[in-house]
Design a protein around this ligand. Structure first.
Ligand code: GDP
Ligand code: MG
Length: 264
């Protein structure tokens, strides 16, 4: 089928779901839950791990950067620290990424989704050349969406919420891909407050004004900027631990993939 995204060869399936978020937001646990959900529901998916430094994963992956690049050896060989090791490993993997794309293309008829886990430190993926190369390779071949995982309980603090939203905003404008604000850990704190703050910036400003570190003019102008940003994205509440919101998550992914096909 044709698409409006300027990439004439993009077909509707599989949908690539790139999972990003601050360290500790629950990306890996959520991946595990999403994989379990796809098994139960007979949804056909691939699982990809792009974190070269992860020791053990709770889920089985079909494509794993660790099979191609040995992070510890890269660190030794190039005399690098942990972050440099991860970055260089990703660079090495990015040079072979066309093989990964070809492999997914060969299986495309049997796949609904490819779930992609990214390195623990978010900026290593979102602000590196290799992260951009990998993202673009996906997005020029398949409908690609970004699931930005938010630690909901931690974001009840207005300042943390604002920083998190600004980061998500920067990813939206950098990747130009549909972004799904995925409020995780709703078993600990419901994400209703976030929806209210996104809906009504005055409600957010009221919450922020009770914060000691509140800098009123900056926060007010930023919340106006974010107001426009919120109009451009979808959100969903999930719990990687309880399994809440899995159906809703995949619904939002489908809507985002449609958006990708129609408007990008
Ligand atoms: P990552 O660094 O983003 O990959 O985060 P992890 O998946 O390693 O999770 C970080 C911590 O948050 C772990 O202790 C998880 O058990 C916990 N966690 C992840 N998802 C949830 C959730 O939905 N609810 C609760 N209560 N804890 C969670
Ligand atoms: Mg992780």
């Amino acid at each position: 089928s044709s698409s409006g995204n300027g990439f004439p060869n993009v077909r509707r399936k599989p949908v690539i779901i790139i999972v990003v978020g601050m360290a500790g937001s629950g990306k890996t646990t959520l991946m595990h839950r999403l994989v379990a959900h796809t098994h139960i529901k007979n949804i056909r998916g691939y699982v990809m791990n792009l974190d070269p430094a992860v020791m053990t994963l709770p889920y089985a992956s079909n494509i794993d950067i660790r099979d191609t690049v040995k992070y510890k050896e890269v660190m030794k060989q190039f005399n690098l620290g942990p972050n440099g090791g991860i970055l260089t490993s990703m660079n090495l993997f990015a040079t072979k990424f066309n093989e990964v794309i070809s492999m997914i293309e060969r299986r495309a008829d049997q796949l609904d989704y490819v779930l992609v886990d990214t390195p623990g430190q978010i900026e290593i993926f979102t602000w590196s050349a290799s992260g951009a190369i990998i993202t673009e390779a996906f997005a020029s071949t398949f409908p690609t969406v970004v699931a930005y995982v938010v630690d909901t309980p931690r974001s009840e603090d207005p300042t943390t919420f604002m920083s998190n939203m600004l980061y998500a905003c920067s990813i939206l404008y950098k990747t130009r891909l549909p972004l799904i604000l995925t409020f995780n850990k709703v078993d600990v704190a419901a994400h209703q407050f976030a929806l209210e703050w996104m809906e009504d910036f005055e409600a957010f400003q009221t919450a922020a004004s009770s914060d000691q570190s509140y800098t009123s003019t900056l926060t007010q102008s930023l919340s106006l900027v974010l107001d426009e940003f919120y109009n451009n994205l979808k959100s969903v509440g999930v719990s990687a631990v309880s399994g809440a919101g899995m159906e809703a998550f995949f619904k939002v992914v489908e809507a985002s993939a449609d958006e990708y096909m129609n408007t990008y």
